[in-house]
Design a protein around this ligand. Structure first.
Ligand SMILES: NC(=O)c1ccc[n+]([C@@H]2O[C@H](COP(=O)([O-])OP(=O)(O)OC[C@H]3O[C@@H](n4cnc5c(N)ncnc54)[C@H](O)[C@@H]3O)[C@@H](O)[C@H]2O)c1
Length: 325
């Protein structure tokens, strides 16, 4: 299938592009990128790759099966609707869409055109997370009761967008602060692990000044059975990720590169070559996602739950901002 990356910034260049380059199923034939500098970088990576400034210029010149949206968050909606309108499949970076009306329109269009619209929920594909998820599903720790997810960063990440490198601190582009940025990953993991709807959302935030986005967030989600707590900071003392899953018969702790398993059958300490907090773009996680993505493109009806997971993340974040102090 012939794909096009829209927005050739950091995650596109270092996360998606290398994974597609190794894929037999999905290939990238062109990029759409606003900056001339980034278009030149993209075409320098592969002699056959074409670069366009707009979706309209692309559509006039290429036969396209799917687009992969890697622009900053508030710039996901326009290419998504334009792509779906043309009957192209869409895969889009998190945070998927920042508006409930856009979510409704995108979902309806995807169904009407019989195409897939899928979020990149790539942390599910980190090897250590896959291992923990497989053990959870196998029943190793019994019924899940509590999840705790912590993300600690020394600062926010700068983008490659030459005009807006600090877009993560701009509420009009980012749609929020660290909760919208890193928190999105924590939310879909909690939903993925609990496989339940969220009943209650409580949140508190730290904002460095009036009008600024939050640089610290704590969120508590209550499910029918169990709860999740999420703590995020851009003001950390170290770069670190930890996740804990506690069940009624055991527990698992992901401490960056270690999975510590405590069950009635005994304890295990599994080491991974790469820490969860190592790197920001995770081409290997995206590569592990590609077979599922290609499956969604072949059978679009199977992709709707992935769309709904992104919509649920957005809904929880909205509730957190409304409830938050
Ligand atoms: N899933 C993950 O692990 C992960 C990691 C990093 C970033 N992301 C997400 O990926 C997206 C991009 O992040 P980034 O760090 O790569 O940002 P970035 O600023 O590095 O890249 C954005 C690119 O989009 C281009 N662009 C902006 N407006 C455009 C338009 N209208 N048309 C075409 N191109 C346009 C910019 O010039 C830039 O090259 C964000 O939504 C971010 O949250 C996800």
């Amino acid at each position: 299938m012939r794909g096009v990356i829209v927005g050739f910034g950091e995650v596109a260049c270092h996360g998606h592009w290398p994974a597609y380059a190794d894929s037999q199923e999905l290939s990238i034939v062109a990029v759409v990128e606003r900056s001339a500098e980034r278009r030149a970088l993209a075409t320098s990576l592969s002699p056959g790759l074409r670069a366009y400034e707009t979706i309209n210029a692309l559509a006039a010149a290429e036969a396209v099966d799917f687009i992969d949206i890697c622009t900053p968050p508030s710039l996901h909606g326009a290419p998504m609707l334009a792509g779906l309108e043309r009957g192209w499949h869409v895969v889009c970076e998190k945070p998927f869409l920042l508006d409930a009306g856009l979510l409704t329109r995108a979902r309806a269009l995807a169904e009407a055109r019989n195409v897939a619209a899928v979020p990149v929920h790539n942390w599910k594909f980190a090897p250590i997370v896959r291992d923990a998820t497989a053990r959870l599903r196998r029943g190793d720790i019994g019924r899940l009761e509590r999840v705790a997810i912590e993300t600690e960063r020394l600062h926010d990440f700068k983008g490659a967008d030459p005009d807006r490198p600090n877009w993560r601190r701009d509420p009009a582009i980012a749609g929020g602060g660290i909760l919208m940025d890193h928190g999105w990953h924590a939310l879909y993991l909690a939903l993925h692990w609990f496989e339940q709807d969220v009943r209650q959302v409580e949140a508190s935030f730290h904002r460095p000044g009036p009008g600024a986005v939050e640089d610290e967030a704590t969120v508590r989600l209550t499910f029918d059975h169990g709860e999740a707590s999420i703590a995020l900071t851009w003001n950390g003392a170290a770069r670190r990720n930890s996740m804990q899953l506690v069940g009624d018969r055991g527990s698992m702790t992901i401490a960056d590169d270690r999975l510590l398993v405590h069950t009635t059958a005994g304890d295990e300490d599994v080491r991974y070559p790469m820490a969860l907090s190592g790197g920001s773009h995770h081409a290997d996680w995206f590569a592990a996602f590609i077979p599922q993505l290609a499956g969604y493109f072949k059978a679009p009806a199977s992709s709707r739950a992935a769309f709904d997971e992104a919509a649920a993340c957005f809904g929880i974040i909205q509730r957190a901002y409304q409830a938050g102090v």
